[in-house]
Design a protein around this ligand. Structure first.
Ligand SMILES: [Zn+2]
Ligand SMILES: [Zn+2]
Length: 334
């Protein structure tokens, strides 16, 4: 799979870059004519890997630009597919990087991948993942590239109130954590254009980073309220095609979260279960790769439901996996 570039509006190009992930074939970077019209603002980067930077260069050329035309690099969040090539881009273009300051979920992980992997294994064991598949998963992970070329710190913190200047006018920054603690969306009010990163995608596809903030699902829902209030006419998402019916997508995401939350409570029924036990009941049977993804989401749902008073965790003092039960069930036992 090779990169592609399409002009979606005068002065805005979709740069479609390949990804090595099952079910997610590419990621979008967005090139926007710069404020002084002598270059571009690049939003997001594509993932780092063999030949990835050359592929970005080649794809950017299709828009009539080169890496040296990048006057400013902005990342919607610090996941590898949106931030992975930040270091070589900044180096080659001599431009600034703007990114939200809560990027430790990636930068700390990338600075000490061994420790990060150990922590994930601890969380998985605590969630009831049996030893054998866990060992196999960890072994595969150990050989995997983290997908970022190098850690690069932002020159400017991309927080609420910051404006990104472009040839289409300024884009406002709105913090939308939940998918990742560092997530922001950009909104151009005159044209009502939204660059949504992974917060809002054409096809509902939930993911939340677990373990960095108290309740990523609640943060994600608050971010949907923020986006709804903007009244965007066209959304330029992090994956897939641009789409117009932004409000319908906000509603679909809320419904998906409500449905999965209810499915989690229903799956618990009158029993106690680990997060691992619940995954196939809520998401269906999955392979190892998808299992890790689904377990992360399940833990986020359980934490969200716990804070809403609908479920509670049952910790055992002997280090056995944590179990969960519905709050009604807990009440019935008293
Ligand atoms: Zn992401
Ligand atoms: Zn992404």
């Amino acid at each position: 799979m090779v990169g592609r570039a399409d002009r979606v509006l005068p002065g805005v190009w979709r740069i479609r870059l390949p990804l090595p992930w099952p079910g997610v074939p590419h990621v979008n970077a967005w090139a926007i004519e710069s404020a002084d019209r002598d270059g571009i603002v690049l939003v997001d980067t594509g993932i780092h890997g063999d030949g990835a930077f050359e592929e970005l260069e080649r794809t950017l050329h299709l828009t009539g630009h080169s890496i040296s035309d990048v006057k400013l690099l902005v990342c919607t969040h610090a996941h590898s597919d949106h931030y992975g090539l930040a270091a070589p881009i900044v180096e080659a273009a001599g431009c600034e990087l703007w990114l939200h300051p809560d990027h430790a979920h990636m930068t700390r992980f990338a600075s000490d991948p061994e420790r990060a992997l150990e922590r994930r294994i601890e969380v998985a064991a605590q969630s009831g993942v049996p030893l054998e598949p866990l060992a196999r998963w960890a072994e595969e992970r150990r050989d995997q590239s983290p997908g970022i070329a190098a850690v690069v710190e932002p020159d400017r913190d991309l927080v609420e109130g910051v404006e990104v200047p472009t040839g289409l006018g300024p884009w406002g920054v709105y913090e939308t954590p939940g998918h990742a603690p560092s997530h922001v969306v950009l909104f151009q009010p005159d044209r009502r254009l939204l660059i949504s990163g992974d917060h809002l995608l054409g096809r509902v596809s939930l993911y939340f980073d677990y373990g960095w903030t108290p309740d990523p699902v609640a943060e994600f829902l608050a971010g949907l309220d923020t986006v709804e209030g903007l009244g965007a006419r066209l959304c330029l998402p992090g994956h897939g095609r641009p789409f117009a019916d932004v409000q319908a997508h906000v509603v679909a995401n809320r419904r998906e979260i409500a449905d999965r939350s209810q499915a989690t409570v229903d799956a618990l029924g009158d029993d106690e279960a680990t997060a691992f036990d619940l995954v196939p009941k809520v998401f269906g049977e999955l392979g190892d790769t998808m299992m890790s993804w689904a377990l992360t989401i399940m833990l986020c749902f359980l934490t969200h439901l716990e804070r809403a008073g609908r479920v509670e965790r049952v910790t055992s003092p002997d280090g056995k996996p944590e179990r969960w039960r519905t709050a009604a069930r807990a009440g019935a036992r008293l």
